[in-house]
Design a binder for this molecule. Structure first.
Ligand code: PGA
Length: 256
């Protein structure tokens, strides 16, 4: 299976933006803008926007994701949201291990693994984020670090479960900075991710895996990034908050 046979997935990551009222407006603009997409279109939105997003996107080609999930099924975890709660709302995807969660909320590779497995067990598709800091890139440990992040994130997952996993390569230095990895840098690490998954699950599983790039992907650079053989989609922050820009990226995935 090569790129043409893999599912390209363009996912917006709204982060802590948009009230439910504003979310409704953005989704109204998005629906016509992406209706002819030839790839999977996902919007990952704040918990408080999920009900609105699921209701508004019913009968459209837009799928809804959350931005985090707790790993326990239920219990005394004040302020947390379980995978079953998300599934019950009609949520299909969830971002796990975003670098902002790792950096500001003490997320570790181990909790990324636990959250991803809880998501899969409940029927959600985790978008697992990995990526290096600028320091780590300059020290030449990007590939080793990303391999380790992937290995720990997938620890204990079955090959069947892996079919519902997306891995997003997001270099931390490119997130929200306007500094994008070059298409070559993105390709190099996305290919390394596919390689390590191949070592763990075999060639076929690796070839079927959707690997996204994320980090200042926008309407201008998306086509080049998405043209690379191992870049199957994007996780888009800033540019996902503007319907017209997001639509251009979705179109670029169709061409890529
Ligand atoms: P950005 O965010 O597109 O604003 O850089 C990407 C992400 O954090 O997923």
């Amino acid at each position: 299976m090569d790129k043409q046979n893999r599912k390209a997935v363009i996912a917006g990551n709204w982060k802590m933006n948009k009230t439910a009222t504003e979310a409704a407006e953005l989704i109204d603009a998005l629906i016509p803008a992406v209706k002819d997409a030839d790839c999977e279109v996902v919007i990952c939105v704040p918990f408080t926007d999920l009900v609105t997003a699921v209701e508004k996107t019913k009968g459209t080609n837009i799928h809804v994701g959350a931005e985090n999930v707790h790993y326990e099924k239920s219990g005394a975890f004040t302020g947390e949201i379980s995978a079953d709660m998300l599934v019950d709302l009609g949520v299909e995807y969830v971002v796990v291990g975003h670098s902002e969660r790792r950096q500001y909320f003490a997320e570790t590779n181990e909790t990324v693994n636990k959250r991803s497995r809880a998501a899969l067990a409940a029927g959600l598709k985790p978008i697992i984020c990995v990526g290096e800091s600028l320091d780590q890139r300059e020290q030449g440990v990007t590939e080793e670090l990303v391999r380790m992040q992937v290995k720990i994130a997938l620890n204990g997952m079955t090959a069947e479960e892996l079919k519902n996993v997306i891995i997003a390569y997001e270099p931390i230095w490119a997130i929200g900075t306007g500094k994008t990895a070059t298409a070559e840098q993105a390709e190099e690490v996305c290919a390394a991710i596919r390689k390590v998954v191949g070592e763990l699950y075999g060639e076929e599983a690796a070839k079927a895996l959707t690997v996204q790039y994320g980090g200042s992907m926008n309407a201008k650079n998306a086509e080049e990034l998405l043209s690379k053989p191992d870049v199957d989609g994007g996780l888009i922050g800033g540019a996902s908050l503007k319907a017209d820009q997001f639509a251009v990226i979705v179109d670029a995935a169709t061409k890529g």
